[in-house]
Structure formats: C-alpha cells, structure tokens
Design a protein around this ligand. Structure first.
Ligand code: ATP
Ligand code: MG
Length: 357
C-alpha cells in the first residue's frame, strides 16, 4: 500500500467549493482502485485568516508544509484583501521555499469539448507550457521614487540567473524528449529586452546542444501569442519565463475551453520538497457561494499529481472520467453551457471513476 500525506489549502471564494469535489475524487480513487491512501490535513490559511491574524499563514507555516508529500491548493484572494497579499504571502513563498521552479500547464482540448478556434480539432490542441516559477520578472527587486512629483518613477528588475534558467530549460527539454512531436518552443523577446532575453536565448541554444533530437524554435512572445491562435498544432513543449508563461497559459486556457478547465502543477523535480497542485483560476468572487464553479480544473490537477507520483494508471482513470462526463454532456456547469452545480458535476465524475473499476 502506498501512503501519501497531503496538506490541503482550500483558500477563498470558489477554492473550497472546487476542493470539496477534488477530495471526493481522491476518496473515490482510494476506494475503487486500492493500493493507495491519502492522509489529508486541511489548513484554514486564506483571506479570513489574514483578516484575523494579519498574515496568510502562521509563522511556522512553511515548516509545517515541508513535512507533507504534497500540497493541494484551491484558490486564494478575496475582495477585502489586496490581491498581492495572497500571492506574495502564500503562493510565492511556497513556490520559492520548496523550489517548485517548474510550473506545468497543459493546453489540451478534452474530448467532448469544442475549441473556440474554428477549424481546430483535438489533435491540434495538445501541448504543455513549462513556466519558470521562481525568478524572472516576478523578482520583488526595484522600487518607487519621487512620489508626488512630476519625476515620479517605478523600477522593477528582472532577474535571470544562469542556475535558474538552465534548470528550467533542462526540465523542458527532458519533457520534450518524452513527448510525441520532439519539438520545443522557447518564448523570447530578445529584440526588445536586450540583456535578460539574449541571455535566455544563449542558454536555450546551449541546452539544445544536449538534445540533438529535439527541434527548437525561439519565438518572440508577441508572435508566439498569435501562433497560439493561428497554428497551435505546431506546439509540443513551450517554455517561457515567469511573466510570459503566466500570460501564455491564460491564453492557452482560453483556446481549450476556459479557466474552469485549466489545471497546473508547481513541481520540485528533485522531489526534495513537496510539489503543489492547483487550478489556474483564482477565487472568482463573482460566482463564489453560488455552487456553480466548474471543478474540473481542480480535479485535473489531481491527475497531474498522480503523474508526479508515477501513478499513470490512476491519472488516466481521472482524465477518462472527466472526458466521459464531457462527452455525455448531460451534467455540465454553466461555464460549459449546462445548468448543473459544482457538486453535481463532481458527483458525476466520481460515478465514472467507480464505473471504471
Ligand atoms: P486571480 O487574480 O486570482 O488570477 P482573477 O481575477 O484573474 O483571479 P479568476 O478568479 O481566475 O479571476 O476568474 C476569472 C473569471 O473566470 C471569474 O470571474 C469567473 O467568472 C471565471 N471562472 C474562473 N474559474 C472558474 C471556474 N472554476 N468555473 C467557472 N468559472 C470560472
Ligand atoms: Mg488571473
């Protein structure tokens, strides 16, 4: 029997709503597929916690998390708390402390769904974006000066270390080796950003030397964004810096059906620290409390967790269950054109999981 401990952080808004469905799926996996057990501890670290304690998590929060095998996150953020608080005080410290330098975001059109891109079918939309997750444009270095004067200015430095750049590119290339098209696309902007991006390009070319079987393209981010729309079938692994990856993956989510369907994994490839799995979407205050959020992004993130644990069969069971529900098309949340609730869609996926045994 395999045992894993999970720190569960449901968070705010629709986070707890979609997490409930995720936890039901984990239970269904335990009961229906045997061989694996999850011990879940739920942490109440969210914006309510912040309003009570002036911080998003206890001082020993990271120390607590360190001892878990995995972290499962819903979404954080609430109207009464500035956005950067939940990001800078919870998500970024976790990603950095646990060296989750790979942010993996699949862009895959699931069976049963149509892409908003006309003429594009399922085989055209199946790639993965590898986003650098610890440095780049999200550096916290810089400052503001001369406030209140006509000379007011703000400076934000981008930080690209050789260490950080090499390790993300090495990861992306090794992933490309395992994928069908043997193709890697790197996002750049070395025509406009003249220090960090040429450095990035150089390291792409260096790491490429170690992977002669992989075809590499370096595309400027603006053109690359357009190609996501006009020729997505070209992509297999797309690797990008922190900010570019963030933008590309919201675009990627949009071309395969929307944020309610977009999962992500924050991976520490060395497995020295826990990795974290979460939907890409935020806490969506506009629909929170209505019970209509789509839980698929959260449940898909569990399938990514199973891949990380080297349990590909369980990962497939989860994906097949999601796709079966989409193909049946009877139980869908409003973002997918149906009128089912979060719970009804979760129940239907769970039913499919039991049925697969
Ligand atoms: P963040 O700043 O945390 O990224 P955001 O302001 O970008 O958050 P999200 O919370 O990601 O916004 O959501 C954007 C919109 O997408 C929401 O207003 C909501 O209508 C829709 N949305 C997001 N997630 C879901 C979901 N799981 N199901 C249905 N609709 C969703
Ligand atoms: Mg957002």
């Amino acid at each position: 029997m395999l045992h894993y401990s999970i720190a569960v952080i449901p968070g705010d808004g629709i986070g707890p709503e979609v997490m409930d469905e995720g936890l039901k799926v984990l239970k269904a996996i335990e009961e229906s597929h045997g061989g694996v057990r999850f011990a879940n501890d739920v942490m109440d670290w969210n914006c309510n916690y912040y309003l009570k304690h002036g911080k998003m998590m206890p001082d020993n929060g990271l120390d607590t998390l360190k001892d878990y095998d995995l972290i499962l996150l819903g979404a954080v953020g609430a109207p009464g708390v500035p956005d950067h608080i939940s990001v800078w005080e919870l998500i970024l410290p976790i990603r950095r402390a646990f060296q989750q330098y790979v942010n993996l975001r699949p862009v895959k059109l699931l069976k049963g769904l149509e892409s908003p891109l006309r003429y594009k079918n399922h085989a055209d939309l199946d790639f993965v974006v590898v986003r650098e997750n610890t440095e780049g444009e999200y550096s916290n270095m810089g400052g503001r000066m001369h406030q209140g004067t006509p000379y007011e200015l703000a400076v934000q430095n981008n930080v690209f270390t050789r260490y950080g750049t090499e390790r993300i590119l090495k990861y992306a290339y090794s992933l490309a080796e395992k994928r069908p098209k043997k193709r890697l696309t790197a996002a750049t902007k070395s025509n406009g950003i003249n220090h960090s991006m040429p450095f990035w390009d150089e390291i792409v070319k260096e790491v490429n030397q170690e992977h002669p079987g992989i075809t590499t393209n370096l595309y400027h981010i603006d053109a690359l964004a357009a190609y996501f729309i006009t020729r997505p079938e070209e992509f297999d692994v797309v690797v990008a810096s922190n900010l570019f990856g963030d933008i590309l993956t919201d675009l990627g989510a949009a071309i395969v059906g929307g944020l309610g369907l977009a999962p992500s994994a924050n991976i520490n490839p060395e497995r020295k620290f826990p990795s974290m799995f979460e939907p890409i979407h935020g806490s969506a205050p506009d629909i929170a409390g209505k019970g209509i959020a789509n839980p698929i992004a959260q449940i898909w993130s569990l399938s990514m967790m199973m891949d990380h644990l080297d349990l590909p069969e369980i990962s497939s069971v989860i994906m097949n269950a999601i796709e079966q529900v989409l193909v049946d098309g009877k139980v869908l949340t409003p973002d997918l054109g149906g009128n089912a609730t979060t719970r009804e869609l979760g129940d239907e996926i769970v039913r499919q999981i039991y049925q697969a045994t």
